[in-house]
Design a protein around this ligand. Structure first.
Ligand SMILES: NC(=O)c1ccc[n+]([C@@H]2O[C@H](COP(=O)([O-])OP(=O)(O)OC[C@H]3O[C@@H](n4cnc5c(N)ncnc54)[C@H](OP(=O)(O)O)[C@@H]3O)[C@@H](O)[C@H]2O)c1
Length: 306
């Protein structure tokens, strides 16, 4: 297949591009500022901004499949920059329109767990509305909705460190928000399968890792990997929101009220659709294993082995 990966230079994108090349596909990675040096071998770079239709239409045309991995991180606070609505919703509208006009048949949309047009954060609302755009198209679409994704180049571990300190740290609500993190090395083959196998057309999948873990657990794991203890001091959620609203005016602080709201909701699945890809949730990589905290799983991401 001739595959265009929009957002192919990002965290999940570079891993997916490498997987697709390895499976024998011709791959182009589209983003606003692709860096040849950062792309896996064999991947062609293309410049375009999904929020500007004319900048992507010609590039999209003629591909067999398009993958939409464009992201403004849910942790990103758009003050002054593009909004979640422009990037996630407008970007999806433009990619779907360009795919339709350009004879593309397959479309894989990366959404997010809990995506909901009436959700509580701008990110989740834009993701929910973007899903509707994809479903209403005539393309052979598949939508995947992962929980938080970890791996080399990902934000999850780095963000946990930004939010906390070793030894003693305050966490909103005591860090009881629950996640079900999935390793990028487990997720990406499922994305490639979703493109290749007709059985996945018209399906929406909630994908998560093997364990439900709280933000407090993740904080302890991240510092344990550095040989440090941490005691969690609960900060009442209401107080945390005031604090986070106060830092909202500081452009260098990557955190605002929407991000505080996102910590009020669990990010876990009732049924883990990794089974649709022949995977048993229990066999997926844990965050602890990735951080080197148990010796039972020695799999590594591409960049770790490179
Ligand atoms: N990482 C997670 O934990 C997680 C969890 C659930 C869902 N997701 C979803 O998975 C997808 C990929 O996430 P990721 O973590 O890999 O994101 P990422 O590392 O932030 O990569 C985002 C990519 O999108 C490109 N991009 C951003 N705005 C663009 C625009 N206007 N036009 C064209 N390209 C643009 C970026 O390149 P330039 O900046 O050069 O344009 C980059 O290649 C996203 O849809 C995200 O919402 C991620």
């Amino acid at each position: 297949m001739n595959v265009l990966v929009a957002g192919g230079s990002g965290f999940i994108g570079t891993t997916l591009c490498a997987e697709l090349v390895e499976r024998g596909h011709a791959v182009t990675a589209l983003s606003r500022s692709p860096d040849d040096a950062g792309l896996p071998d064999g991947v062609a770079p293309a410049i375009g901004d999904v929020s500007a239709y004319e900048s992507i239409a010609d590039t999209v045309a003629g591909h067999d499949a398009v993958v939409n991995l464009v992201s403004l991180s849910p942790l990103y606070d758009p003050r002054g920059g593009p909004s979640h609505e422009e990037s996630h919703l407008g970007g999806t509208e433009n990619l779907v329109r360009a795919a339709d006009a350009g004879g593309v048949s397959r479309f894989l949309q990366m959404s997010a767990l809990g995506a909901d047009p009436n959700g509580d954060t701008a990110y989740i609302r834009a993701k929910g509305r973007a899903e509707a755009v994809v479903r209403e198209s005539d393309l052979e679409w598949t939508i995947v909705r992962p929980s938080v994704v970890f791996g080399d180049g990902g934000e999850f571990v780095a963000f946990t460190k930004t939010l906390t300190t070793p030894y003693v740290t305050g966490l909103p609500g005591g860090g009881k928000t629950r996640f079900q993190p999935i390793w990028v090395g487990d997720l990406v083959p499922m994305l490639a399968d979703a493109l290749e196998d007709d059985a996945h057309v018209g399906e929406t999948y909630d994908l998560a890792g093997p364990q439900i873990t709280t933000l407090a657990d993740v904080t302890k794991l991240v510092y344990a990997a550095e040989g440090k203890d941490v005691t969690i001091v609960p900060i009442p959620m209401g107080l945390a929101k005031i604090g986070l609203a106060a830092v909202d005016s500081l452009p260098f602080v990557p955190f605002g009220p929407d991000q505080a709201r996102s910590l009020e909701f669990d990010n876990t699945v009732a049924d883990n659709d990794v089974t649709a890809f022949g995977r048993d949730p229990a066999d997926l990589r844990t965050l602890g294993s990735y951080l080197g905290l148990d010796g039972t799983d020695h799999r590594r991401t591409r960049s770790e082995t490179a």
